[in-house]
Design a protein around this ligand. Structure first.
Ligand code: HEM
Length: 588
């Protein structure tokens, strides 16, 4: 008694486990051995599609605790009072690799959070970096193709990667972070997390502010350098997974401090950067971090597939008091994630335990594949009806949105918004110490050395130009490492005034009178997510001739009217004066 019988999925007890039913000792297997068929058939169906990105990852349950009152900005119940605790689930991941890829690959890390709040699940699906490679959702699939495998060789291709980045200089900021040691975190516990996009907070008076979410690791930032990361791939490809599981199992629960940056709607209108551009950060000096709470991870799921593989996050899942912004990337993501989940997990993915809102869900969605819940029971499946008491609560409605234009068109995302260089330059010069700089340059050289083929020179020249425009010394160091000779006379890049003070015309008064700023002494690992230094810098590249029009030239020559672009100018990488000697280029 007490022992469980081994059964089929239908509950029929097994009478034999080890051997198939055959005709005689050495004869063929009989079709009627259903135990065998069922086992083989179920096994064949064990894999579901892996996530098209962020396939390799790990997850844990935890608790979010409010430590500071931010109810003047938001009516979200999760933040309603100091001390309030909310159950949550986090999944960390790599972006590009497949499900079996190594944990220490150079890649951004996903930082996806699901908070189970009374007003529904709030998903904050961020990364360990405050910015991203592109600023329009239309670029996403193309960008990701370059991160995956070459269609012919089925190998990773540095040529595709750098070709895309060099043709989309908006990527430079994220590329710089990725190429620093921050691109190879020691573990998931030792990295910060960011909501990255601008979102909005809405308070009880229905007043809105723009917000960015930050999660600072309380374990301290710790990164591998390039070699250590590479070595770890061979030693333990599951290093980050193992690290998280082991820490939680020994009750060394990892914690992050959550804070926000707040910008008023008025401030956003005049801020020197487009506040809805995910390739940019907001100055921490102008928009100081405001403490909110602590997130602790304290439970490893008992079953990885059930809770981690089947977890489904969606930026569309916001709650009363937290909402979207016009960020073009965020807007694209609102659509993309639920669509991905319907494909990967099926239309009823919100009913899977890890995704299910533990509070009330009431609607008229019924049926569909894998409907294993109550499916609405005997309740009406149409609306309006005379039987149920489900109401629409208009108190949850946001104020109507004022838009600045009534013209619908395919606007150039870079028009009047094409300074891709100032923030990466500041990051390099002021947030990185000498060792960070050295490692970043070495990592870039190593990564760019993989570029090959007939377009090699062109791609290298184009990308070098972007590095030069961010910082002349950075450009020179990389060029030198790649064996590219630079003719300084013809280079034409007037980088003498790389960092010139530009009066900040924006009226960026702190709306909240909170002055708490995190210390910025851990360099690249810490506050390069701010304006990197808090200094009011802006570069003055407008007198530079390194003007090969960021690539958009290939799409729209002469159309952009931005600061760096000379309208109508025919652009060739040669205008940079950078002389790439293919034969001199190191190839590893
Ligand atoms: C328009 C741009 C983007 C699109 C279309 C997009 C699309 C996707 C898709 C389809 C998935 C797989 C979902 C699944 O199958 O479960 C995914 C996963 C993910 N994305 Fe994005 N993504 C975009 C940009 C971003 C950005 C900017 C961030 C971070 C700031 C980000 C963070 C993540 C994370 C963390 C995951 C993994 C979530 C998990 O752990 O399950 N993505 N993305």
């Amino acid at each position: 008694m007490g022992k469980k019988k081994l059964t089929t999925a239908g509950g029929r007890p097994y009478v034999e486990f080890d051997n198939s039913m055959t005709v005689g000792n050495r004869g063929p297997i009989l079709l009627q051995d259903y135990f065998l068929h069922e086992d083989l058939a179920h096994f064949n169906r064990e894999r579901i599609p892996e996530r098209v990105v962020h396939a390799k990852g790990t997850g844990a349950f935890g608790t979010f605790t409010v430590t500071h009152d931010i109810s003047r900005y938001t009516k979200a119940k999760i933040f309603s009072e100091i001390g309030k605790q909310t159950k949550m689930f986090a999944r960390f991941s790599l972006v590009a690799g497949e499900k079996g890829s190594a944990d220490t690959e150079r890649d951004p890390r996903g930082f996806a959070l699901k908070f189970y709040t009374e007003d529904g699940n709030w998903d904050l699906v961020g990364n360990n970096t405050p910015v991203f490679f592109i600023k329009d959702a239309k670029k996403f699939s193309h960008f990701i193709h370059t991160q995956k495998r070459d269609p012919k060789t089925n190998c990773k291709s540095p040529t595709m990667v750098w070709d895309f980045w060099s043709l989309n200089p908006e990527s430079l900021h994220q590329v710089m972070i990725l190429m620093s040691d921050r691109g190879t975190p020691f573990s998931y516990r030792n990295m910060h997390g960011f909501g990255s996009h601008t979102f909005s907070l809405i308070n009880k008076e229905n007043e809105k502010v723009w917000v960015k979410f930050h999660f600072k690791t309380l374990q301290g930032v710790k990164n591998f350098n390039g070699k250590e990361a590479s070595d770890m791939k061979a030693t333990d490809p599951d290093h980050s997974q193992r690290d998280l599981v082991e820490a939680i199992e020994r009750k060394d629960f990892p914690k992050w401090a959550m804070s926000i940056q707040v910008m008023t709607v008025e401030q956003a209108k005049t801020y020197k950067w487009n506040p809805f551009d995910v390739t940019k950060v907001w100055s921490h000096k102008e928009f100081p971090l405001i403490d909110v709470g602590t997130m602790e991870l304290n439970e490893i799921p008992q079953n990885y597939f059930r809770d981690v593989e089947q977890s489904a996050f969606a930026p569309a899942n916001v709650v009363n008091g937290i909402s979207y912004s016009p960020d073009k990337m965020l807007q694209g993501r609102l659509l993309s994630y639920p669509d991905a989940h319907r494909y990967r997990l099926g239309v009823n993915y919100e009913n899977i335990p890890v995704n299910k809102c533990p509070y009330m869900v009431a609607n008229y969605q019924r049926d569909g594949q894998m409907q294993v819940g109550e499916n609405g029971g005997a309740n009406p499946n149409y609306r309006p009806n005379s039987f149920d008491d489900i109401v629409v609560d208009e108190s949850y409605k946001e104020r109507p949105m004022n838009l600045e234009s009534n013209v619908a068109d395919w606007f150039d995302r870079n028009e009047n918004d094409n300074d891709h260089y100032t923030q990466p330059g500041i990051l390099y010069r002021e947030a990185m110490n000498d060792q960070d700089k050295k490692n970043t340059v070495a990592n870039i050289i190593s990564a760019m050395s993989g570029i090959s083929g007939e377009k090699k020179e062109e791609i290298i020249k184009r990308q070098l130009c972007h590095f030069f425009r961010a910082d002349a010394q950075l450009g020179m160091a990389i060029a030198k490492g790649l064996g590219v000779s630079i003719d300084e006379k013809t280079m034409g890049i007037k980088h003498k005034k790389i960092v010139s003070k530009m009066k900040n015309t924006a009226k960026t008064k702190d709306p909240v009178k909170e002055k708490k700023v995190y210390p910025s002494n851990d360099h690249i690992g810490s506050d390069c997510d701010s304006d990197h230094t808090g200094k009011d810098n802006n570069s003055d590249h407008s007198d530079g001739d390194c003007d090969n029009d960021e690539t958009e030239t290939t799409e729209k020559k002469g159309k952009s009217k931005g600061k760096f672009n000379k309208p109508g100018r025919e652009v060739s990488p040669d205008t940079t004066g950078i002389d790439t000697k293919a034969d001199k280029t190191k190839s590893k």
